[in-house]
Design a protein around this ligand. Structure first.
Ligand SMILES: Nc1ncnc2c1ncn2[C@@H]1O[C@H](COP(=O)(O)OP(=O)(O)OP(=O)(O)O)[C@@H](O)[C@H]1O
Length: 615
């Protein structure tokens, strides 16, 4: 709150900046803090830091010797602590100087990590709910110093006076706010209690609340954190942690993972989400520092692949940013992130080894997360690849089940390819995995690293066509006229037509086409349209020999057997177009406008034909 004095140098006026406190508070409230409610967090945090400093002075004092008392009766909010307190000089230096903090003064540099605050601006958040901050304090470091009273006002002015020792017989600090009318939402007794519980439920010092009605007062943090309590059995412990996770995070975890990193004094739990979440969606984790709730949305504490858990944790030595709502990205945070990732991996390994039922439920829900992890993590790959579910020609199956039925596992390059060939490949006894989804093809190809007896190969058109048997010469000849008509009708799609026999007999036609071939055809078509222009030349130069698409008609199918005998040319054409349209739709790839209109036209033509026949 101090506006520094102007200094005059020998060669002219050398002035120092003036600070408009109102502007500064406005800046903090709109850009730093998420809500005015943070004033209580800042007051609690200052009280906690003061208690930490007091314990530093009196290391022999029992943990609960010093505490924090919160009071709110509707007209004032007060936070009182038995902390280290302040002398008059401290008040001028720290309370009244914005940006100055006792917690990063040189002499306590080595202890800086002991405190939550460090920026020297937290107290300003009180101006979000009150116009004046009233502090009465007595120093524990200088016990014979008198008590001191400080009043800081939102307009930037402040006053200090010393008080008789009797005004505050014991060391500590009391901060009192008289809330503005517009901040009742954050300062009513019931709200103050719930805010105190929200921010302070895991604080390690006793915190009580009093609403001034003469009642017994309420404990803000009656019990230690659930992971710090003693339980009769490991089962009771894990049930209690799961119940806590559910209460705090609002879902019943699939499992609860105990987290403990002694090096940074971190303890907590990771709750495995019971439902799948879109890959890459990062969750907010609840992070406490020295018991104080810092953030409910800290994402940076876990790596991206860990989107299947949400954590509640409390750490000693993570550094909050000035807003307190996220963590400072430093080496400690990076090391914590790595160590927590390791704990999650270890949980997966343990579950894989000892609880197949839980593993099954976990993979059913989170296989995408695990796949993204397995791609980069050999250990997870080794442990889990056989148990991961894939879409196959035998339905959804784990790779292990699938590889037991098929010594050679074929894998498609796209979902579309899989849709085209699945039924035919299955009927031919080929085992094909849909490799079109993210990670799937890459992962299936790594199966032989774990199951060396299994061979994995990409499904190429040759493998499949080997299972499409040629028809006899007579049948071929009988169908020749129809095939010629069909080729002509489908020439616009650069599609050849052939007659084969293949299983299942219920499939009338198979469209063999690949994405590359389709791209090549689009490119050549563009080149033709742009002929003569620079763009056309470039496209022309890029020309590659792409295989044409092939519509394979199935001679075993009754519809096809009838179609090839149609002697009405228009109807024969329409039937060929309809067979092409049906096979293209079966692949579920996006249809080109020309294909959509072909399907539409052939459907209407066939309908008209059927109606004509009936009338
Ligand atoms: N309850 C308290 N007991 C003793 N000293 C206090 C108390 N509250 C504030 N102070 C003193 O006032 C200084 C400024 O407090 P303020 O909350 O503005 O910043 P900070 O806690 O140091 O850092 P941050 O901005 O990160 O919170 C503190 O460094 C501390 O010296």
């Amino acid at each position: 709150m101090t506006l520094p004095h102007a200094r005059v140098s020998a060669d002219g006026a050398d002035r120092t900046f003036q600070v408009d406190l109102r502007g500064l508070v406005d800046l903090l409230s709109h850009h730093l803090y998420s809500s005015p409610r943070v004033y209580l967090r800042e007051l609690l945090q200052n009280a906690v830091d003061a208690l930490t400093a007091r314990h530093g002075l009196e290391p022999g004092a029992p943990a609960d010797a010093f505490g924090i008392r919160v009071y709110a009766d509707g007209s004032v909010v007060r936070v009182e602590d038995d902390g280290v307190g302040l002398t008059e000089a401290d008040v001028h230096t720290f309370l009244a100087t914005i940006g100055r903090s006792s917690k990063r003064a040189d002499q306590v540099a080595e202890q800086r990590a002991d405190f939550i605050g460090q920026f020297g601006i937290g107290l300003l958040s009180c101006f979000l709910v009150a116009d004046e901050i009233h502090v009465v304090s007595r120093s524990a470091r200088t016990p014979d110093a008198p008590a001191v009273e400080w009043r800081g006002r939102g307009d930037g002015s402040y006053s200090v006076r010393t008080l008789p020792t009797t005004a505050r017989p014991r060391p500590g600090t009391t901060v009192t706010l008289t809330p503005r009318a517009d901040s009742a939402e954050w300062t009513r007794p019931v709200h103050v209690l719930s805010l105190a519980r929200h921010f302070g439920s895991l604080l390690r010092h006793p915190v009580t609340f009093d609403d001034g009605t003469g009642g017994p007062g309420a404990a803000v943090n009656p019990e230690p954190a659930p992971w710090a309590r003693a339980y009769p059995t490991p089962g009771a412990r894990s049930r209690a942690l799961a119940a806590y996770g559910e209460e705090i995070l609002g879902f019943t975890p699939l499992d609860t993972i105990d987290l403990d990193l002694p090096a940074v004094g971190l303890k907590g739990i990771a709750c495995v989400l019971p439902e799948a979440v879109p890959a890459g969606r990062r969750h907010g984790h609840r992070v406490h520092v020295k018991g104080m709730l810092l953030s409910e949305r800290a994402e940076e504490i876990l790596p991206e692949w860990a989107f299947f858990v949400r954590c509640v944790l409390d750490a000693e030595s993570l550094r909050p940013t000035a807003s307190r709502e996220s963590l400072y990205e430093d080496d400690t945070l990076a090391a914590v992130r790595d160590a927590l990732a390791e704990r999650l991996r270890a949980w997966i390994a343990r579950t894989a080894a000892s609880d197949p039922d839980l593993l099954g439920r976990f993979l059913q829900t989170h296989h995408l997360a695990v796949k993204s992890l397995a791609v980069h993590d050999d250990e997870i790959l080794r442990m889990l690849l056989p148990w991961l579910p894939f879409e196959t020609t035998d339905g959804h199956a784990t790779l292990d089940e699938f590889a037991r039925a098929h010594r050679t596992v074929l894998v498609t390059a796209s979902v579309e390819e899989f849709r085209q060939v699945a039924a035919i490949a299955a009927a031919a006894g080929l085992g094909v995995v849909n490799g079109g989804y993210t990670y799937d093809r890459e992962l299936v190809h790594r199966l032989p690293e774990i199951r060396p007896e299994v061979a994995v190969a990409d499904l190429d058109p040759g493998t499949l066509t080997a299972h499409l048997d040629p028809v006899d010469r007579e049948t071929e000849l009988a169908a020749a006229a129809y095939l010629a008509l069909a080729r002509d009708a489908l020439a616009v799609f650069d599609c050849d037509v052939a007659l084969r026999t293949f299983q299942p007999a219920s499939a009338p036609a198979l469209l063999l086409d690949s994405r590359e071939a389709r791209h090549e055809r689009t490119r050549s078509q563009l080149a033709r349209e742009q002929q003569g222009g620079v763009w056309g030349d470039i496209l022309g130069h890029l020309r590659q020999e792409a295989p044409r698409a092939q519509l394979i008609l199935n001679q075993l199918n009754p519809l096809v057997r009838t179609a090839v005998t149609i002697d009405e040319p228009e109807l024969a054409r329409t039937s060929a177009e309809a067979l092409y349209g049906q096979a293209a739709m079966l692949s579920r790839r996006p249809l080109r406008p020309a294909e959509s209109s072909l399907i539409n036209r052939s459907f209407l033509d066939l309908l008209a034909h059927a109606l004509r026949k009936d009338s």
